[in-house]
Design a protein around this ligand. Structure first.
Ligand code: PEP
Ligand code: MG
Length: 325
């Protein structure tokens, strides 16, 4: 069965009633890209670029980053690649940045929050992505955004980087689609405002789960509470997708939840447009998708939003027969 799934991996990601979604891969380095595409990835939904900054004594310079990003874009052969700018700080300690240890790193100084202090580092990364963007289909995504001001600031630095490259006569992408990760709950209430500033959204369910319930994702004592499949989480996703679609923007999901087959009918029913997961999960994902009916999934998701407990949602899933339209 697994061999058959791999043989079918290059087929499009469609339900039995021909509803199409995009299935992309999460990668942490250029080396992971070929394997992901072999598994049938239709793009890279999350390139965790921070991996380039870790386990070394100094930040990678523009040229080194440019080469890594370009390599992924060339491997992608015009399929979309979403470059998430560095998600560092917090629990991902980078010694050469000299950020003091924090008592509460997940609520601390990380990702987009550190960029204003390290503007040069951020601008260098943007320059590398813009330059690589001339060789393929690149998109830019900012992690941990929680307010509109943060994205307005990012856009200002992005404009600066573009003007610099233009002035220097360096080949670069004139325009990159810009998106944000939706992983801090405050964003959910102002999706309409973000729609005026960005092109797409990707729900980071790993962080969103911990921030929605205030449950540390790495603390075993509260791990039983770390569950992205609850009525509140489902309603939150519904609210994000509804608001984004109203403004013509698409919504992806790039946390671990997206690769969990049990929950695919729910997430599909909630209207997620793009699923990004580790490449190895893609063949099984597409095979499962082909069995599903999108209308039934939509009904299922509505029911899940009305459930009163996670257990009720699980019971609903157990009784779900995907094949009978
Ligand atoms: C997430 O938070 O869901 C996510 C994809 O980002 P990371 O796991 O890298 O924080
Ligand atoms: Mg995250």
């Amino acid at each position: 069965q697994r061999r058959q799934q791999f043989r079918d991996a290059s087929l499009p990601a469609r339900t039995r009633d021909n509803a199409q979604v995009e299935v992309a891969a999460n990668i942490g380095s250029a080396l992971e890209a070929p394997g992901a595409f072999d598994c049938g990835a239709e793009g890279v939904g999350l390139f965790r670029t921070e991996m380039l900054y870790m386990d070394r004594d100094a930040a990678p310079d523009e040229q080194e980053q440019f080469e890594a990003y370009q390599q992924v874009l060339l491997t992608a052969q015009n399929r979309p690649v979403i470059f998430r700018t560095m998600d560092i700080g917090g629990d991902k300690q980078i010694p050469y940045l000299n950020i003091p240890q924090e008592e509460n790193p997940f609520l601390g100084y990380r990702a987009v929050r550190i960029y204003p202090e390290f503007t040069d580092l951020f601008r260098t990364q943007l320059r590398a992505i813009l330059r690589a963007g001339a060789s393929g289909n690149a998109l830019l995504m900012i992690p941990m955004v929680h307010s509109l001001e943060q994205i307005l600031w990012v856009k200002q630095i992005l404009r600066q980087a573009q003007e610099e490259l233009k002035a220097q006569g360096l080949r670069h992408a004139a325009q990159l689609p810009l998106g944000i990760m939706v992983e801090v709950p405050s964003v959910c209430f102002i999706i309409d405002h973000f729609c005026e500033e960005v092109d797409f959204f990707s729900i980071g369910s790993n962080d969103m789960t911990q921030y929605l319930y205030a449950v540390d994702r790495n603390n075993p004592r509260v791990s039983a509470l770390y569950n992205p499949v609850t009525p509140s989480f489902m309603r939150m996703v519904r609210q994000i997708v509804t608001a984004a679609h109203r403004h013509g923007k698409w919504v992806g999901l790039c946390g671990e939840l997206g690769g969990e087959s049990r929950y695919l009918p729910l997430l599909l029913g909630l209207g997620i447009d793009e699923f990004s997961m580790s490449g190895s999960r893609i063949p099984a994902f597409k095979a499962q998708l082909r069995q599903l009916d999108s209308h039934l999934c939509r009904e299922l998701a509505e029911k899940a939003c009305d459930c009163r407990s996670p257990e009720e949602i699980e019971t609903l899933l157990l009784g779900f027969a995907p094949e009978t339209p």
